[in-house]
Design a binder for this molecule. Structure first.
Ligand code: ZN
Length: 198
């Protein structure tokens, strides 16, 4: 016999499908939502739908944004000749939090992984090469130090080398296998400042 009615059960299941939410947390959240004032639930649901419908990739860097160009690419004070390549928007956010990087980004939305069948064509690599046809002084590769991140970094550096554009890789201050978003700002900054030319 089911403990809860099917609608409550469905809500719990939907919440449990989110990353980092176990069965217990899902149940707690479900009951919290059920007890929220109706207008707050409507606001939450509306926000979810609106964000999901309006979010798109920035046409330059492929960061997530709700307009054609993200606020970073649209900022004239940033150095558009230095591009930092990251795996995902979470890594971009981590570097932005340091407040010290004045260039712009390129979000790959993944990393090359032969094991998972993810090849160069499956990430935003072609798009990066198109951007490099404009005036670019340096590409800083800030992919994770996982096997996939390193494979991707090597691949990108080999692609860019013939163009004569300076390619660098963030320093290995970032622990091996470390996910960039969990690393503190000081470590990120040190990795950026200690980057080595490839
Ligand atoms: Zn952008």
């Amino acid at each position: 016999m089911e403990t809860f009615s099917s609608q409550i059960q469905k809500l719990i299941e939907e919440l449990a499908a989110l990353p980092g939410i176990g069965a217990k947390s899902a149940q707690r959240l479900a009951f919290y939502i059920i007890n929220m004032p109706k207008e707050n639930v409507t606001k939450l649901a509306d926000t979810l739908v609106t964000v999901r419908n309006n979010i798109q990739y920035c046409k330059h860097c492929y960061n997530l944004t709700d307009s054609e160009v993200c606020p970073i690419c649209g900022n004239g004070k940033r150095n558009h000749r230095v591009i930092m390549v990251v795996e995902n928007p979470r890594d971009l956010a981590a570097y932005e939090k340091t407040g010290k990087f004045e260039g712009v980004y390129h979000v790959l939305h993944g990393a090359i992984s032969p094991m998972l069948g993810i090849g160069p064509a499956d990430i935003k690599l072609k798009e990066l090469m198109v951007r490099l046809q404009e005036d670019v002084d340096e590409v800083i590769i800030a992919t994770n130090s996982s096997l996939e991140g390193e494979t991707t970094a090597m691949y990108i550096s080999k692609l860019i080398k013939p163009t004569g554009i300076k390619v660098s890789r963030i320093a290995s201050g970032v622990p091996v296998g470390g996910d960039l978003e969990y690393i503190d700002e000081v470590t990120l900054l040190r990795a950026l400042e200690g980057r080595v030319e490839l």
